[in-house]
Design a protein around this ligand. Structure first.
Ligand SMILES: Cc1cc2nc3c(=O)[nH]c(=O)nc-3n(C[C@H](O)[C@H](O)[C@H](O)COP(=O)(O)OP(=O)(O)OC[C@H]3O[C@@H](n4cnc5c(N)ncnc54)[C@H](O)[C@@H]3O)c2cc1C
Length: 405
């Protein structure tokens, strides 16, 4: 049986590693952090995952928190300049989503990987280490997320729409938020020209919490995280933004406390798709997976979902490939198998970063009056392929709305 080396113990790397072990492959994962370091470190994501991605985890026995802290629906609100609702509606997901703090999830998955017979090494992988992994294994996969090593993969200009960050991002993990009155949900709030704010229940190291996600327009009034020093100042800035721009959310958030001093994050990055095959100086090849080669802005909450679908697509490609050598054609083919799904997510996510088209406004407006349209839109987060061609093509949208009516 082939030996597969994976760089990075995140959503994509560990899910693929455990999946391969179940099929009898020899797997070595190299991580630049121990489980303890991840657990004691800073939050990395809001990692809300929808049912199809959660199913990938169930399929290989990694669903250690099944049923906990369910996210049962999605609410959309479009806010006017004074913070009042121009539009607001919600609908239920057919099956709940879930967000498990990666500080909780990845160490537990690392243990599961080792318990299933995987070899976990701790090292910061650079080119020499990639070459060593190439020598000792049949296939090297780089799943290093936003880690520097991923930048060795060449940017794919035809598949990357932006070359600069489109939003100033921040996360604030809190306890003490007043729950929504109906079912639990991701509450999306759009403030045109200012940014977006979304919030939802999650599970963190200290139990159930809420994660606040801020997507500020670059240079706008939600882009002042650089002046924030302490974690308490980060919380204060979070509440200032809500008070000024999302007063409805402020009301249920004003008594919140941080889950912990490392439950805060701020940063920005350009969404980027890269070519999936890397040629090493020694002539060997490495295949990119997850965020290292398909990095999206978090505005649609799809990155961990994508990483999960990438791992599932690569697992299927490896199994189908059998004993044949893992050459460049295999690697490109494995990525294209994933891209057949991911291209829809990338198009939708990039479009959401731009001012909404008339077509999208028409659909979101229709959802306010027609629960079937709202239900379709909300459940599209579970499989963004179902948005197309409707959100991109006004004729398809008209036909869809007529049919719904
Ligand atoms: C603010 C924010 C909010 C988000 N919210 C959501 C959301 O709600 N829903 C969602 O689905 N996604 C969300 N995401 C995205 C999601 O977190 C990522 O897409 C997902 O974690 C990517 O998984 P991955 O396995 O590709 O990479 P990662 O999870 O980043 O894992 C990569 C691992 O590789 C390790 N590594 C890096 N370099 C090296 C090296 N040289 N050697 C060894 N190891 C290395 C890293 O330490 C890390 O453990 C969010 C992201 C951000 C920034």
């Amino acid at each position: 049986m082939s030996k597969i080396a994976i760089v990075g113990a995140g959503q994509a790397g560990l899910q693929l590693g455990v999946g391969l072990l179940k099929h009898g492959y020899e797997v070595v994962i190299t991580s630049n952090q121990t489980g303890e370091q991840i657990r004691n470190g800073r939050v990395t994501s809001s990692q809300c995952m929808f049912d199809r991605a959660l199913q990938n985890e169930r399929d290989i026995g990694l669903d250690f928190w099944d049923g906990e802290v369910p996210v049962e629906g999605i609410q959309f609100a479009l806010l006017g300049p004074g913070g009042g609702n121009v539009m607001k509606w919600s609908s239920r997901l057919n099956a709940p989503a879930q967000a498990i703090d990666q500080r909780l999830k990845m160490p537990r998955w690392m243990d599961a990987f080792v318990a299933a017979g995987g070899e976990l090494r701790i090292a910061d992988v650079g080119i020499p280490e990639l070459e060593a992994l190439h020598k000792e294994s049949d296939l090297v996969i780089v799943a290093s997320g936003k880690g520097e090593i991923g930048k060795l993969f060449q940017r794919d200009d035809t598949r990357s729409r932006f070359d600069k960050p489109q939003r100033s991002l921040a996360l604030t993990y809190v306890h003490g938020m007043r729950p929504r009155q109906e079912h639990t949900a991701v509450n999306f709030n759009f403030m045109p020209g200012i940014g977006e704010y979304f919030v939802f229940p999650a599970l963190t190291l200290s139990g159930a919490c809420e994660i606040m996600v801020f997507e500020g327009a670059i240079g706008g009034p939600m882009d002042d995280w650089a002046s924030v020093g302490s974690p308490q100042e980060h919380l204060a800035e979070s509440l200032r933004i809500l008070r000024e721009f999302v007063p409805g959310e402020y009301e249920r958030s004003k008594d919140c406390v941080l889950t912990d001093d490392l439950g805060v994050l701020a940063g920005r990055f350009p969404p980027t798709v890269r070519r999936p095959v890397l040629t090493l100086p020694c002539g060997g090849l490495a295949l990119g997976m997850g965020d290292s080669v398909c990095l999206n802005d978090p505005i649609t909450g799809q990155g961990s979902n994508n990483a999960s679908h990438a791992a599932a697509a690569y697992l299927a490609a490896i199994l189908d490939h059998g004993d044949r050598p893992f050459d460049a054609a295999f690697m490109q083919g494995a990525f294209e198998r994933y891209w057949d799904y991911a291209r829809f997510v990338v198009e939708w996510t990039n479009g959401t970063l731009l001012p909404p088209t008339d077509n999208l406004q028409k659909l979101l407006g229709a959802a306010q009056h027609d629960p079937r349209v709202a239900h379709w839109f909300v459940n599209g987060f579970n499989d963004p392929r179902t948005f197309f061609p409707i959100i991109a093509d006004p004729h398809a949208a008209d036909a869809f709305l007529e049919q719904a009516a």
